[in-house]
Design a protein around this ligand. Structure first.
Ligand code: PLP
Length: 195
């Protein structure tokens, strides 16, 4: 998936013309503005990948195909409530905070199962899997443990819910590690646009 935060409409339009179909945006209003301007292109899939605040749940539910950053029951409830009935359920990923950094988004490893259960019962949400952004640690072993934990959590979830098929893990910095952890959705910005 191509991350287009900070990229302008022209760049995104050129990307569409080159055949890219999936885009990730971090800021709700900026993302919605781009989605609306590019509406003439069909079959484009828009992912919300930024920190989601309650007061943005409505525009995310109305405009995006995916929300990858659910970390509380409250956000899940609001997205479910605001998802328009004429659209398919919004695809959602639970964001896991595997490095336990206090200022990082994501739910604690010990709490994700309860949230998954709640989401799976909501008619306007489609639980697709896990999103994570491991902290890049200097210590290789600590680093590898994080990827291993994410892989285990994803497989647990997949066994439990038939709708789960997506592990969104990896950015320009950790593509290889993420693929080794069986990621099947990497989110790339810099490596596409800065090179
Ligand atoms: C910006 C961002 C990315 C892309 O990172 P790059 O280093 O530009 O590849 C991926 N995921 C999230 C959540 C981001 O905010």
């Amino acid at each position: 998936m191509t991350v287009t935060k900070n990229q302008n409409i022209d760049i995104i339009e050129q990307s569409i013309l080159l055949g890219i179909k999936e885009f990730g945006e971090n800021y709700a209003k900026e993302g919605v503005c781009k989605i609306q301007k590019l509406q003439k292109y069909k079959n484009i899939i828009w992912h919300f990948i930024g920190k989601i605040q309650s007061n943005k749940t409505k525009i995310v539910a109305q405009n995006f195909d995916w929300c990858q950053t659910i970390n509380t029951e409250k956000i899940a409830l609001l997205l479910n409530q605001y998802r328009p009935k004429n659209l398919l359920p919004i695809n959602v990923l639970i964001q896991i905070n595997v490095s336990k950094e206090p200022n990082k988004n994501g739910i604690n490893i010990n709490e994700y199962q309860k949230l998954a259960k709640v989401i799976s019962l909501m008619p306007n949400l489609n639980l697709r899997g896990i999103m994570a952004m491991p902290e890049i640690k200097k210590n290789i072993i600590d680093n590898n443990i994080q990827y291993k934990k994410i892989k285990i959590i994803f497989n647990q979830l997949k066994r439990k819910y038939a709708s789960v098929d997506t592990l969104s893990l990896g950015t320009s910095f950790d593509i290889k590690k993420s693929l080794l952890a069986e990621s099947n959705m990497i989110r790339i910005g810099r490596n596409i646009f800065n090179k």
